[in-house]
Design a protein around this ligand. Sequence first.
Ligand code: APR
Ligand code: ZN
Length: 374
Amino acid sequence: DTSGKTISCRAAVAWAVGQPLSLEEVQVEPPRAGEVRIKMASTSICGTDARVLKGWLPLPFPLIPGHEGAGTVESVGPGVTSVRSGDLVLTLIIPQCRECQACLHPRGSFCDKQDVLPSSGLMLDGSSRFFCRGHSIYHSFRASTFTEFTVVPEISVAKIPAAAPLDRVCLLSCGVPTGYGAAVHAAQVTPGSTCVVIGLGGVGSAIILGCKVSGAARIIGVDINEDKFPGARKLGVTDVLNPGRLSRPLQEEIQEMTGGGADFVFEAAGLPETLLAAWESCHKSYGTCLAVGLSPDDSKLVLNATPIITGHTLKGVCLGGYKTRDCVPQMVSDYLQGRLDIDPLVTHQLPFAKLQEAMELYRAGKPIRCVLLF
Ligand code: APR
Ligand code: ZN
């Protein structure tokens, strides 16, 4: 029985910005009040993790990266009531405390207790649970998953059905709800509509699933990496565009293809320039542009002010705009009952020990999602 004791295990530590991840032996302290220690079963690499390592988001180093994960509760700290040892859980970068203004509002979802914008790298009490070679190691988004054991707040844990396959459902921790929820929940894509998805990675692919299930008639997929096109077509994309091969700006091309702009345009590449192109690709009167990708720290979006009044909507959405602890388990049930097929998004699978190889595959733009198994 490990409960109440510090656990030594393997984890990936990023010692500084731009340095390769290093597999280390780390010490993981027991969970304190309101915290949960999880034995990780699987984790996948999300675009945001790669950006953290490049220093595009202001997280303190050294840190244990990763946030898209599934595992089993090893032990819980005092006062934890929603999960117990042995429960299957997903980590959540956006918690649901059920007490803050956002959580209490019917449409709010960006819980005050999140640690994404800004990131302290610490637990809610201001301390860390990870140590390595005598150094305290920061958490990422209070969800560090590139480790055999992690500690997270109870409010950042989604309890999922015992039948859930842990090698798959880690995608439902972040990438799938982020994209799928952007389409079905935040945008509420309408039947017969024309949608555009910019960036066809894990998040963009989940957006396609959401557009498709909502009855979109046309889905235009945009990526600079044409290797992403065949997979996107299988998921339901009807047209593909590579901005690098166009003789004019992407927004002009889409304006013409759609006869004046699309109904719904999703930005899932996480760049201010693609966000501007997305905004200018939606119909000026009734179009909606959804900012789904996380742009680099301090980047700016400069819009012409005059045409703002024409009726279009710009909306930001994080984790699908879902109240996470309520909605993520429901998505797992939908997956188990065959109403949501995430399997095509898992294109690669490797043991956790091959994390370096997985990062190289990611950088080469190969996977939609690569799942690492512990
Ligand atoms: N135009 C179009 N597509 C682009 C561009 C661009 N200028 N730049 C990158 N892309 C594509 C990439 O080729 C890739 O297929 O965007 C896709 C991003 O996918 P992933 O790297 O797999 O990232 P994902 O996990 O899907 O997250 C999407 O959300 O929060 C952010 O940081 C995250 O930027 C990432 C985005
Ligand atoms: Zn809250």
